[in-house]
Ligand binder design. Structure first.
Ligand code: IPM
Ligand code: MG
Length: 364
């Protein structure tokens, strides 16, 4: 059988994107090399750096690269110098454009607390110990994409702005199926989060998720309102296994959940469609520390683990990358964002190098 060739598009993006991506690519190349995985890597521009070069955040050639690839690996986009641009030219539009054009409707945001970093959390150790939550955010519907949207003026020149919160049956059932499948491979508890007591679109969400649930009798399904969920995440986060929720609520809850770990610099994400995928750290472009060799590359490295797991169906290698990260932390290496007294403070490159060294040993 001929080995499948994987086309990977790499978008370092803005700010710290370039530095962290460099380290992550070394990890990907090492695994590919050791396991004889055939990969072709193409690099492109998106976000502010694409705007500076081509006048738009998602130029045609970048979109084409992404459309032709099996997976996209992305650093981060955004920066102050582009914040005053017209809405459609801002770096963030590139992300939304990729999600839409690649049909990436499933967004996985695993929230895991590393034992070695328990004290980095602003919550008490007993509350966050052992947290292992998979947040599944619907990514191509809801107010993010709903039509109509816009700003109008009335006859007195007073402005009105509006967005549409909308979900179709089809959009809900396909994300629900993915959520149940994922829950089935974990601790078999699925929590669907909505605001069905107030919003019709969310009432439909709840009823379709329940309907799909009848096909998964082995998974325990519960529902929770989003305001309560925001509270429970702080009160008792260990109660959660898999959470599935709408685009807007998923955006908010995933930032909240990330903070439980105290180390947003550690969290990766995967956005999946039918046969396309995009992997990125959930932290932003951190322009204030860009180019200083101090950013934490681990979230991007852990995004490579997700790429191995979901695009390349290499769960063992994905586990090894995660293990390498955990062992480097055990050895005491810390970038400044997760530094504590008594640990070894290292920069971006050194953190990458230590992880690479561990992984090289583990892959033997
Ligand atoms: C995220 C971000 C994006 C979102 C922004 C940058 C458009 O906050 O990926 O969570 O709102 O989806
Ligand atoms: Mg967000």
């Amino acid at each position: 059988m001929v080995n499948k060739q994987y086309n990977i598009t790499v978008f370092p993006g803005d700010g710290i994107g370039t530095e962290i991506m460099k380290e992550a690519l070394k990890i990907l190349r090492l695994v590919a090399d050791r396991r004889k995985i055939d990969i072709v890597i193409n690099e492109g521009y998106i976000g502010g750096s694409a705007y500076d070069r081509f006048g738009e955040p998602l130029p045609r050639q970048s979109l084409d690269l992404a459309l032709q690839s099996d997976a996209v690996l992305l650093g981060a986009v955004g920066g102050q110098q582009w914040e005053s641009l017209e809405y459609n030219l801002r770096p963030e539009r590139a992300l939304l454009g990729l999600r839409e054009k690649l049909g990436l409707y499933v967004n996985l945001r695993p929230v895991v607390v590393f034992e070695e970093l328990l004290d980095a959390s602003p919550l008490k150790r007993e509350i966050v110990r052992g947290i292992d939550i998979m947040i599944i955010r619907e990514l191509t519907g809801d107010v993010y994409f709903g039509q109509p949207r816009g700003v109008t003026k009335d006859k007195n020149g007073k402005r009105k702005a509006f967005n549409t919160m909308v979900y179709t049956e089809e959009e809900i059932s396909r994300i629900a199926v993915r959520a149940f499948e994922i829950a089935r491979k974990r601790r078999k508890n699925l929590l669907s989060v909505d605001k069905a007591n107030v919003l019709e679109s969310n009432e439909l969400w709840r009823s379709i998720v329940s309907e799909i649930g009848r096909n998964y009798p082995d998974v325990a399904l519960k529902h929770m309102y989003v305001d309560n969920c925001a509270m429970q995440l702080i009160r008792n986060p260990a109660q959660f296994d898999v959470i599935v929720t709408t685009n807007l609520f998923g955006d908010i809850l995933s930032d909240e959940a990330a903070m439980l770990t105290g180390s947003i610099g550690m969290l990766p994400s995967a956005s999946l469609g039918q046969d396309k995928a995009l992997y990125e750290p959930i932290h932003g472009s951190a322009p204030d520390i860009a180019g200083k060799n101090i950013a934490n590359p681990l979230a991007t490295i852990l995004s490579v683990a997700l790429l191995l797991r979901y695009t390349m169906a290499r769960p063992q290698e994905a586990d090894l990358v995660e293990k390498a990260v955990s062992e480097v932390l055990q050895d005491g290496y810390r970038t400044q964002d997760i530094f504590q007294e008594g640990k070894k403070l290292v920069g971006t490159e050194e953190m990458g190098k230590q992880t690479l060294k561990k992984l090289a040993g583990l892959l033997n």
